[in-house]
Design a protein around this ligand. Structure first.
Ligand SMILES: [Zn+2]
Length: 239
C-alpha cells in the first residue's frame, strides 16, 4: 500500500479573496514513512498545491499507475481537527497523478452547480472532490455517510442504508414509513438523494446542514421546493 498523506491548512484571504495553502506531503509505503519523498509546501494557491502533489506522486514513481487499487491520496485539514481525513476517490486520484490540470478543473465547482439563493461569492478554494459536490445544491443533495449508516434528512439521526431487492440502496427510517429513501453511493463519506424524493414525503422540514442551506441545519419543504425550482431554472438558462 502506497499512501500520500497531505496535511494542510489554508491561510484566510488577505483582502482580495486570495487564499494560500501550506502543509506537508508525506509518503508512506506500507505505513512506513519515506522521508526522502516527503516535503513541505507554503504559500501556494490551490492549483499550485495540486501540481505540487502531482510532482510528488511522479517522483514516487511506478506504483501510481492508473487504476492502481493499492494507492491512496488522503487529505487532512490541520486547522479543522474535528474533520475526518478525506480519502480521494479513485478517479480524482488518478487525475492528480496523471493529469493535474484536469484534476484542478474537476475539483472546482462547475458553474451550473453554483450555490443558488444567495449572492455569488467566491467559493472556498479547497473543497476536495466529493466534498465540493456535497456542498453544492442541485437536483440531488448530499447526505453524510458513516459505514452502513447515513444521516437521515428527516430526523438527523444515523440510520441504516440497505441494498434493496432491486439492487438499489435506500435509507431506512421511521421518517419514511411508506418507502425507504432511495440513495446513491458517492464515496465513503457521502451519499446522494434526489430532492424530489424528499419532496415526495410528508415531512414538513429536512435536516440538511450544507453550505447552500442558509437556514441550517433544518430547511422547510417550501424553501427546498423553491431552491429546486430556482436551480432548474438556472440550469436551463445555462444550457
Ligand atoms: Zn429519520
Amino acid at each position: 500500500m502506497l499512501r500520500l498523506l497531505v496535511d494542510y491548512k489554508r491561510d484566510l484571504a488577505d483582502g482580495d479573496g486570495y487564499q494560500s495553502f501550506e502543509g506537508v506531503v508525506r509518503v508512506y509505503y506500507a505505513d512506513e514513512l519515506k522521508a526522502e519523498h516527503s516535503a513541505g509546501f507554503k504559500k501556494l494557491d490551490f492549483p499550485s498545491m495540486i501540481r505540487n502533489l502531482h510532482l510528488t506522486a511522479k517522483q514516487v514513481g511506478e506504483e501510481f499507475r492508473v487504476g492502481a487499487e493499492d494507492t491512496a491520496i488522503v487529505f487532512r485539514r490541520m486547522d479543522r481537527p474535528e474533520l475526518d481525513p478525506f480519502t480521494m476517490d479513485a478517479a480524482t486520484r488518478d487525475l492528480i497523478v496523471h493529469d493535474p490540470e484536469k484534476a484542478i478543473e474537476a475539483m472546482s465547482v462547475p458553474d451550473v452547480r453554483v450555490v443558488v439563493g444567495r449572492p455569488q461569492k467566491p467559493l472556498s478554494n479547497l473543497r476536495v472532490g466529493a466534498e465540493t459536490m456535497a456542498n453544492a445544491f442541485g437536483e440531488k443533495v448530499a447526505l453524510r455517510r458513516l459505514r452502513g449508516l447515513a444521516e437521515c434528512p428527516g430526523c438527523g439521526k444515523w440510520r441504516p442504508v440497505k441494498l434493496n431487492i432491486d439492487e438499489h440502496y435506500a435509507l431506512h427510517c421511521e421518517c419514511f414509513p411508506n418507502m425507504p429513501l432511495p440513495v446513491e453511493r458517492v464515496d465513503d463519506q457521502w451519499l446522494l438523494t434526489k430532492v424530489e424524493h424528499l419532496l415526495a414525503t410528508d415531512l414538513p422540514r429536512f435536516f440538511l446542514p450544507r453550505e447552500w442551506n442558509s437556514f441550517e441545519p433544518w430547511i422547510h419543504r417550501e424553501k427546498l421546493e423553491e431552491l429546486l425550482t430556482q436551480f432548474n431554472k438556472e440550469s436551463a438558462d445555462v444550457r
